[in-house]
Design a protein around this ligand. Structure first.
Ligand SMILES: [Zn+2]
Length: 71
């Protein structure tokens, strides 16, 4: 990877992190979130229906709970 491509990738990561922080802030005021607070992927409407408080997609929630148990 050349430097320009690396910078672009780094900038994109920063933008995505900022977007994630903003989404997390919004999520605090609501129950649940339309996007995963960990990976930023949209949470499926079906998941939001059965778990309206969900703020993570199924994958991240599974990971999160696994990490919680291991502590
Ligand atoms: Zn996720």
């Amino acid at each position: 990877m050349n430097n320009a491509a690396f910078d672009l990738a780094a900038a994109r990561t920063d933008q995505e992190r900022d977007a994630g922080v903003a989404e997390a802030g919004i999520a605090l005021k609501q129950t649940g979130s339309t996007v995963c607070i960990d990976c930023g992927e949209p949470i499926s409407p079906r998941r939001r229906l059965v778990a309206s408080f969900a703020r993570r997609c199924v994958d991240c929630q599974t990971l999160y709970e696994a990490e919680k148990k291991s502590r």
